[in-house]
Design a protein around this ligand. Structure first.
Ligand code: DHB
Ligand code: FE
Length: 280
């Protein structure tokens, strides 16, 4: 059977993609940010996941004010990196995993979660920046990717509890897929940041670090935080953090945190990164 072996959380700040694309990650300014991923790049090269379920949010790229699904799963064979206004990033096409993705859709919908099935969409920085952070600049991404998009852009987004429960449903789906696959789940976005308005530039380090501390064992408490509190404490875009709860919900009750990185600021954003391995 397929199994979820590990979870990865990371911010997906678009500027990081640009810095990778222009080969500046080792500059004095950027080394402290990118060196926080050295461990993970070595670890993931050993882990060799077959498939990554990549939980991210679309930033008005594939979806716009016409249609915004709360949860959407990419079931297509491939997804092109999006042009977000400056041309598409020079990164490989993302190869999907249609069989597993369709199975997840079937299983999760039968568990009463409404997933929108998307067979064709471009994927923006929310998805491609995490891939670049973990895998660098390969000719082809070394694993298949199932995009799992969560609406955190247009109010009302899903609650933390619903995100945690979605993770649990995804885990059940993966574990009932009859193929020997090493699957990872990544939750992206956050940490505290507000890009627009009077509080633009807001960062709340205390809140971020408490969130990172609680995610391992006190995730039930994090799941009860209302969206209004995310916005007040972590900024209007800080509620991207609920996507880390999807990742946590898909893992065992017992996980080991094998890596952590926190850096402020990156652009206007607090950057956080965690790696969890499942334990029995
Ligand atoms: C920015 C955009 C994001 O989507 C994000 O998660 C963090 C920062 C930005 O435009 O700087
Ligand atoms: Fe974002």
């Amino acid at each position: 059977m397929a199994r979820i072996s590990a979870g990865v959380a990371t911010s997906h700040v678009p500027l990081l993609g640009r810095i990778i694309d222009i080969n500046q990650t080792d500059s004095d300014e950027w080394r402290p940010v990118f060196s926080g991923y050295d461990f993970t790049r070595r670890w993931i090269a050993e882990q060799k996941p077959d498939v990554v379920i990549l939980v991210y949010n679309d930033h008005a790229t594939a979806f716009d004010m016409k249609i915004i699904p709360t949860f959407a799963i990419g079931c297509g064979p491939e997804f092109q990196p999006a042009d977000e206004g400056f041309g598409a990033r020079p990164v490989p096409t993302v190869q999907g995993a249609p069989d597993l993705a369709s199975h997840i859709a079937q299983s999760v919908i039968q568990q009463d979660f409404d997933l929108t099935i998307v067979n064709e969409m471009d994927v923006d920085h929310g998805l491609t920046v995490p891939l670049s952070l973990m895998f660098g600049q390969p000719q082809a991404w070394p694993c298949k990717v199932i995009p799992l998009a969560v609406n955190v852009v247009l109010y009302p987004g899903p609650s933390g509890q619903r995100c945690l429960n979605l993770g649990r449903a995804i885990r059940q789906a993966v574990e009932s897929f009859d193929a020997d696959l090493n699957v990872q789940i990544w939750g992206t976005g956050g940490l505290s940041h507000q890009l627009l308005g009077e509080r633009a530039g807001l960062i709340n380090q205390q809140w971020d670090l408490a969130f990172m501390d609680k995610l391992k064992d006190d995730y039930a408490q994090l799941a009860s935080i209302p969206q209004s509190e995310y916005i007040r404490e972590s900024g209007t875009e800080g509620c991207e953090m609920v996507m880390w709860l999807v990742m946590r919900g898909a893992l065992n009750a017992r996980v080991e945190e094998i890596h952590r990185h926190y850096h402020v600021p990156v652009s206007n954003t607090a950057l956080g990164h965690l790696v969890y391995e499942n334990r029995d």
